[in-house]
Design a protein around this ligand. Sequence first.
Ligand code: URA
Length: 194
Amino acid sequence: MDSKQVQLDTLSKLMLDCSKCSLRSDCIQVVPGEGPAKAEIMFIGEAPGRKEDELGRPFVGAAGKFLNEMLGSINLKREDIYIANICKCRPPENRDPLPEEIKTCWPWLLEQIKIIQPKLIVTLGRHSMEIFFSGYKISQLHGTLVVKTIPEIGQYNFYTLYHPAAALYNGSMRETLFQDFQKIPIILRKIKSE
Ligand code: URA
């Protein structure tokens, strides 16, 4: 196994033992994330839901099925990407994660990014966008490639999408998400050619 994969697996194991915030005591298990360490694209969602908490895997419920469909539309499979959440533990009743919970979990996400060094980071939904672009609206940023330096990890390419769970039952948002998704291969090719 290559060293990036070993590092990522070790990190995931450490996350399983995390109880730095109170979310851990209310959920079944930690959901670190999944995918190959060599992934070029890293997707970042919000937090595990009920199904994810049950199975210990990200995006395995209705939103995950929809995400898989979108990935398929651009000839990508789940095994091609890395996928994680801002918070690794399910908030009770699927409420939004609190600012202090996001802050406590943030170092785990930074470590994941540092190891994977994805060519493109795709944020899913408002919360995931806001941790990198505070003060912006998702309606302004979605579907646009933005290059930004994050002090702890350096410069990365970011692409914001609406959250698949929000778009699932909203016809126009669904269409926008689908169109934004179609741009991913073009953006990735552009990044790789630079
Ligand atoms: N929604 C998220 O943001 N993450 C998951 O893992 C599942 C649903």
